[in-house]
Design a protein. Structure first.
Length: 483
């Protein structure tokens, strides 16, 4: 079983692990520089570039990686998720839901564009786990340094505002400008606090990506002037207007059947609404809301829910088939990515592990017999036995192990791999198959010669649990004796 779980060469696994680490560093740096609403357009462009580079390094579709990275960034800025105001942290449920949504949407868009949906989903996952869910590094560090002392936290906040010139990137007619300007000037006197903050560096999951509380020439001469003149708002509006126009024009091509005409009418109307709002925003420099979103807000939806709901309504007619096709084709790979994300943030793994176990259950001929053994290739050992004489066996698809365990320690990898393997056995016992049979070496030989193998773990699990489901051990098999 271990070879089936760990499919692929050590060299490829090592390369992918290294690329994952570097990708996390890159995403964190992007979040530090442009995240948190500082410059959504630059953030999205940077994520697209990083997604392409990482996918290329993994031997995947670079364009699909760009689509996935850009999709996550755009989705994050659209939803504008906020941390808990007291803790400064994102809720664990929000983390999982957001990561899953970004992966599925990125994969669906790539699939619709004829690109690799798995590369896009992986790029979206990388961006979600390492960026959108960790853009509060400086605020977190201030809170950590203050140690619960509210006065110290206030001094550190003012010092930080002075160091990064927090008011300089805000238009003077913005309601927050006066407060930020006062805070920035007040922070200039806290020299000791500034010296302490200047020593801080940001990190995500133990990966250091650079110093915090920095103000560079890029901020002074490019980003702040652009923000003061609402260049980001205007350019985002222009981009939205252009995409909306393209969407409206493209929707006409959907009208080849009755259902296609309906889908085209819905998508075209929503696209035209987005285009109009985008052009208004580009002209005025003020955020403009599509009329459809305004209607949803009038019904009691929050701005975030209205934006998400209206956007989904617009793309659903054309995106639903692509989403369904992506999920059906890439479900094991997507579950592996989601399981990896949950493991990194300490979530309960049972549901996704059970799903991946079902997707990794292979059958040939008779399905009332489960075949276990040591991996000897696709046509030998327990796999060959099941294929030749009929049976059910556990084998993950190529690439699943690498995606599931990327960035984890060896202990974490082994535990996560066994979690899915254990789910497979549990599902077969619950199903009540007639027999679970160990092929190849005897159980005694496995315990003696391969005590740390996955097969040994399977045997130990069955010895401890099979009887609860009405099974009795007979030689190298567990046979169902009660129904």
């Amino acid at each position: 079983v271990e070879r089936a779980v760990n499919g692929g060469s050590f060299g490829r696994a090592f390369r992918n692990s290294l690329v994952s680490d570097l990708a996390a560093v890159g995403v964190s740096a992007i979040g530090s520089r442009w995240g948190g609403g500082q410059n959504p357009l630059m953030q999205t462009a940077a994520h697209a570039g990083l997604g392409a580079a990482v996918a290329k390094a993994r031997g995947q579709d670079a364009l699909a990686g760009a689509i996935g990275g850009a999709t996550e960034s755009a989705l994050g800025n659209l939803l504008d998720l906020s941390p808990d105001p007291k803790s400064g942290q994102y809720g664990s449920g929000t983390q999982v839901a957001y990561t899953a949504g970004a992966m599925l949407l990125g994969g669906a868009l790539a699939q619709g564009a004829g690109r690799d949906p798995l590369a896009a989903a992986q790029a979206a996952q990388n961006a979600a786990v390492n960026n959108r869910l960790a853009t509060q590094a400086e605020r977190d560090r201030i809170r950590q340094l203050a140690g619960g002392d509210t006065q110290k936290e206030a001094r550190l906040t003012a010092a930080a505002c002075s160091m990064i010139r927090c008011a300089d990137g805000v238009p003077m007619d913005d309601p927050n400008y006066a407060y930020l300007k006062t805070l920035q000037e007040a922070g200039a006197v806290f020299k000791d606090e500034q010296a302490l903050l200047a020593q801080q560096s940001g990190s995500t999951g133990g990966r250091t990506y650079g110093p915090l509380f920095q103000y560079s020439w890029v901020d002074q001469y490019l980003l702040d002037p652009a923000a003061q003149n609402r260049l980001t708002t205007r350019s985002t509006g222009a981009l939205q207007g252009g995409l909306g126009i393209a969407g409206a024009v493209g929707s006409a091509g959907l009208c080849t059947t009755g259902a296609g005409c309906v889908a085209g009418a819905i998508t075209g109307t929503v696209s035209a609404d987005y285009a109009a709002a985008g052009l208004r925003q580009a002209w005025s420099g003020q955020a403009a809301t599509p009329y459809g979103e305004q209607v949803l807000r009038s019904l009691g939806l929050s701005p975030q829910a209205a934006a998400a709901g209206y956007g989904i309504f617009g793309i659903a007619p054309v995106a639903a088939p692509a989403v369904a096709q992506t999920v059906a084709k890439a479900a094991p790979q997507l579950d592996a990515l989601l399981l990896n994300a949950q493991a990194k943030i300490g979530q309960n793994l049972d549901d996704v592990a059970a799903s991946l176990a079902r997707e990794s259950t292979q059958t040939a001929g008779a399905t009332d017999r489960v075949v276990l053994g040591r991996w000897q290739g696709d046509y030998a050992g327990y796999v060959g036995e099941a294929k030749l004489n009929g049976g059910t066996w556990y084998q993950t698809d190529a690439g699943v192990f690498e995606r599931m365990t990327a960035g984890l320690t060896q202990i974490e990898r082994d535990a996560l791999s066994w979690k899915v393997n254990e789910m497979f056995l549990t599902q077969q016992l619950q199903k009540g198959v007639a027999k679970l049979e160990v092929t190849g070496p005897s159980i005694a030989e496995v315990k003696m010669n391969y005590p740390n193998s996955y097969l040994a773990l399977e045997i130990k699990f069955l010895e401890a649990n099979a009887a609860k489901y009405g099974y009795q051990q007979v030689g190298n098999s567990w046979v169902k004796v009660t129904r």
